[in-house]
Design a binder for this molecule. Structure first.
Ligand code: QUE
Length: 353
């Protein structure tokens, strides 16, 4: 794909019988803005009912990664200038695109060679296939920026089934609240990834999907699990089940405090050291609500309502500042303890169960 550089933030074109969406905003690690979401949405709407398009590939023009998230830097700037409307419209459009992907009646293959966080998972988890390389990694890192896990992941990740063989809702809550960075093996085990190829084969893999079929391309290029190092996540499952299967942060926190495996608890506390207490409390409520949500549209509505509230709060501008603007990774969150967060305020926002 690297032979056709253009000015477009997403290159959308049909080759043979495959619709190709190539994310092309390399300087921002393909973080999604409103224009990119509109290009993807329009292409999906066209290709959905076009019988000459048999499948869709989502990939990156950049060797640096797949997609680092949403353009939260712009959201912060607009918010500081008193404009929350632009952010509202962006997130509405992004979540509508996530819903479109979830409903799309044809094969959608995301090719993930490098980072996939936040919005990058939103354009991949709702499709049928996520093909990862040994360079892939994934995370929901929103606790660090005073936001919440979104783009339909709080619904889909509680329901996906990987090599582990079952949906594990507590695992989704753990991943969202700790921001755990999943390795390729973790991704295949949990269901975030469906297939594994070598990074050096990405262009040939995509060309083969286009010239032949996904099955042929996987037959030629897929590797077994032992192509990558074993993941650590699977081994944490008993501890995760024992602690993260609750409907509020207060209960999860209590379970952690009385949990027998001190090394696991210390690990969780360390992963959460730079988290917004408000984000943590709100996220636990969101996972509980979306565990029961009747469909993805209701789940996205919960994410939207909660996210819209958080984007108007101090921790969002402070978190984005600390992680993405000044990059000092030293935010001052307020309140600074989860016990001082008004949980009822966030619980009330979540209407859909
Ligand atoms: C949480 C996030 C994002 C993040 C880090 C977080 C996010 C996002 C980026 C990002 C990373 C590299 C870039 C860039 C953006 O990082 O949404 O432009 O070059 O887009 O902890 O939600």
């Amino acid at each position: 794909m690297k032979q056709r550089p253009t000015q477009n933030l997403v290159n959308a074109f049909v080759r043979h019988t495959t619709g190709v969406l190539e994310l092309n905003r390399p300087k921002a690690l393909n973080s999604l803005n409103h224009e990119m979401v509109d290009i993807i949405s329009d292409a999906l709407e066209t290709w959905r009912d076009d019988d000459s398009v048999h499948r869709v590939i989502i990939c990156s023009s950049s060797e640096r990664g797949f997609c680092a998230g949403g353009d939260v830097r712009s959201c912060r700037e607009e918010g500081l200038a008193g404009d929350f409307d632009s952010g509202d419209r962006f997130f509405r459009a992004e979540y509508e695109m996530n819903r479109q992907l979830e409903e799309f009646p044809k094969t959608i293959v995301a090719v993930i060679d490098g980072v996939a966080m936040g919005g990058g998972l939103g354009v991949s988890v709702h499709g049928s296939h996520r093909v990862v390389t040994e360079k892939a990694f994934a995370a929901m890192p929103e606790m660090a920026i005073g936001f919440i896990p979104d783009v339909g992941t709080t619904w889909m990740m509680q329901r996906m089934v990987g090599e582990c063989g079952e949906a594990i809702p507590e695992l989704a809550t753990f991943l969202g609240i700790t921001g755990w960075r999943l390795t390729p093996a973790d991704m295949l085990w949990s269901g975030l990834a469906t297939d594994l190829i070598a990074s050096e084969d990405v262009d040939r893999f995509i060309d083969t999907v286009i010239a032949e079929s996904l099955d042929d391309a996987l037959e030629q290029y897929a590797h077994p699990l032992d192509f990558v190092d074993a993941g650590e996540l699977e081994g944490l499952l008993p501890d995760i089940r024992a602690t993260f299967g609750h409907d509020s942060w207060a209960e999860i926190d209590h379970a952690l405090s009385s949990h027998g495996n001190a090394a696991f608890v210390a690990r969780v506390r360390e992963l959460m050291a730079k988290s917004s207490p408000t984000s943590v409390v709100a996220a636990a409520e969101l996972y509980a609500a979306n565990r029961e949500a009747r469909d993805i549209a209701h789940a996205l509505e919960n994410e939207y309502a909660l996210g819209a509230a958080l984007r108007r709060e101090h921790d969002f501008s402070e978190g984005v500042r600390a992680v993405l603007v000044d990059k000092d990774r030293n935010p001052t969150f307020e309140p600074s303890h989860t016990g001082d967060v008004d949980v009822d305020f966030y619980r009330t926002i979540l209407k859909h169960r």
